[in-house]
Structures are given as structure tokens and as C-alpha cells.
Ligand binder design. Structure first.
Ligand SMILES: Nc1ncnc2c1ncn2[C@@H]1O[C@H](COP(=O)(O)OP(=O)(O)OP(=O)(O)O)[C@@H](O)[C@H]1O
Length: 264
């Protein structure tokens, strides 16, 4: 087991806005974490820092053995797989799926470097392994949202990352596509040299048992962090949301949370 990342008293301020305050959090290589927080809690800011896109105003941050300020950011990015809707928008719509997956090897949008035929074969195999064989050869523009997310996951795995960040990966997916995607995530987690997984989601039901650790963020601060059994308990969730909620058990491990707004 080794350290994947560690925030020590990290704060981020932009102008008068305190976006993150005094974050201390450590992720080890044998752990998968889910981050839960309402809109504006600071989740994206936290992820951007891990990816080297944004720097702490104060405190120290170490990611994959590199201390920020001393580490080579472009090199760091190749060790982190990234799946997000923001990335979807950046990809070239006319590129075929095979090339998009392959571009993950270089952490680039499009391919500007020489690659081997075996790289392309690996890219295709990754997509096949994730159940996306039918997508091979298709332009990205014609894919459904669920199919796009699958391509992004394959792309993220292409560089054999040590950390895989899934930023709201189920956004825009229908009920069944969501379960299908989560099944693929579980499949990745079971692989022998699986990267540490970091899931950001608004929905507790997407926090599969494989995410055995949870970080709760509210208004830029860590409210609590630790084992899922404790953090996703009814008592904890009620305290975290600070508003009337009802909690539904989906099975022995997964729970769904609904606000009690009185809407009819
Ligand atoms: N550059 C910036 N300057 C000022 N405020 C910012 C900046 N970036 C983010 N914020 C603010 O910081 C807060 C946290 O933003 P962030 O995007 O990290 O939240 P989030 O938890 O990812 O939210 P969401 O779930 O809606 O995506 C928000 O109130 C946002 O408006």
C-alpha cells in the first residue's frame, strides 16, 4: 500500500471567496473513495487541484509522490485517469472512438504523437473489455451519453493510471444505463492492478460498496470522512444534509436519499 494523495490543511481562496478551507485528507492505493457534497461544496475545485489544474492558496498537497510546486504537472496528468462531462465537451466530435481511447495514452485531446499498432490494439481491447465492442470505428459525435462515458473510461484507463477520477460519471444516463456503467466501474475495481478510484456524485445510490471510504464536503469544508457504513448511515446523512430527507435502502449496501420538500 502506498500513498496516492494527501492534502494537509489545504485552503483555496479566489478574491473574497473562500472555496475550500483547511482540507486534510489522505487516499492510499488500496482505497476507493466517494466524495459527496451539494452544489457549490467545492468538489470540482478539489478535483482540479488533484489534477494539477489549480493550486492551493495555502497548505500542502502531494499527489502520486509529487509535492505541488516541485512536481512535473504534464507528467502527473498521464498518471491520472479523468472522466467528466467537461472533458466530453473538449473532445473532437469527428474523431473515431478508437482514436479517442488511444489519445488517453498521451493525456491529449487528439493524437499528435507517434504510436504503435499495439497501442491501437490495446485501445480497442480496453473498449471491448468494457462492453463497447459495437462502438469501435464510430465517430464520437453519434454516440449516446452512456456510450460516451464508456469511451471516456476506456480512454482514462489507456495510460494505466494509478488514480481514476470519475466526476459525476452517471450524469445524463437513464436508470439502466447507469446500472450498466456502475457495473463496469465495479469490474475495473476487481482487476488485479486496479487504480485507486475517486467518485464524485450527488447520489448516494451510485456509491457502490467498492467505495469503502466517503468524504463529505459542505461549503468548502470536510464535514466528515471515513468508512462508508458510518458515513452513509441514516444518522450521518441527516446531520450532513441539514434538511428533511427520507432515506431508502436499495439493498444491504446501497441507499438513496430524497429531499422531503412537500412538493405534490
Ligand atoms: N475562480 C473562482 N472564483 C470565485 N469563485 C469560484 C471560483 N471557482 C469556483 N468558485 C465558487 O466556489 C464554490 C465551489 O465551486 P465548485 O465548482 O468546486 O463546487 P462543486 O461542489 O463542484 O459544485 P457542483 O456540484 O455544482 O459542480 C462555488 O460557490 C463556486 O461558485
Amino acid at each position: 500500500m502506498s500513498k496516492i494523495l494527501e492534502f494537509k490543511n489545504v485552503s483555496v481562496r479566489r478574491g473574497h471567496k473562500q472555496i475550500l478551507k483547511d482540507i486534510s485528507w489522505r487516499v492510499d492505493s488500496d482505497q476507493n473513495w466517494a466524495i459527496l457534497g451539494l452544489n457549490g461544496a467545492g468538489k470540482t475545485t478539489l478535483l482540479k487541484m488533484i489534477h494539477g489544474d489549480l493550486w492551493p492558496t495555502s497548505g500542502s498537497l502531494e499527489v502520486l509522490g509529487g509535492i505541488f510546486g516541485q512536481t512535473n504537472i504534464p507528467e502527473l496528468k498521464t498518471k491520472i485517469g479523468w472522466v467528466s462531462n467537461a472533458l466530453q465537451d473538449e473532445l473532437h466530435q469527428v474523431d473515431v472512438v478508437d482514436e479517442i481511447v488511444l489519445s488517453g495514452k498521451f493525456a491529449s485531446i487528439g493524437i499528435y504523437q507517434e504510436y504503435l499498432e499495439t497501442d491501437l490494439q490495446n485501445a480497442r481491447q480496453l473498449l471491448v473489455d468494457l462492453g463497447g465492442e459495437n462502438l469501435l470505428g464510430k465517430p464520437y459525435a453519434v454516440l449516446s451519453q452512456g456510450e460516451r462515458q464508456l469511451v471516456l473510461i476506456a480512454r482514462a484507463l489507456m495510460a494505466k493510471p494509478e488514480l481514476l477520477i470519475l466526476d459525476e460519471p452517471c450524469n445524463g444516463l437513464d436508470l439502466f444505463a447507469r446500472e450498466e456503467l456502475l457495473k463496469r466501474v465495479a469490474q475495473i475495481a476487481k482487476q488485479p492492478r486496479s487504480p485507486a478510484l475517486l467518485l464524485v456524485s450527488h447520489y448516494t445510490e451510485e456509491i457502490l460498496p467498492l467505495f469503502e471510504h466517503v468524504l463529505l464536503l459542505r461549503a468548502g469544508q470536510v464535514v466528515d470522512q471515513g468508512q462508508r457504513q458510518k458515513l452513509l448511515s441514516a444518522e450521518n446523512l441527516n446531520a450532513f444534509y441539514q434538511k428533511p430527507i427520507s432515506i431508502q435502502k436499495i439493498d444491504s449496501e446501497r441507499v438513496a436519499v430524497y429531499p422531503q420538500t412537500g412538493l405534490k
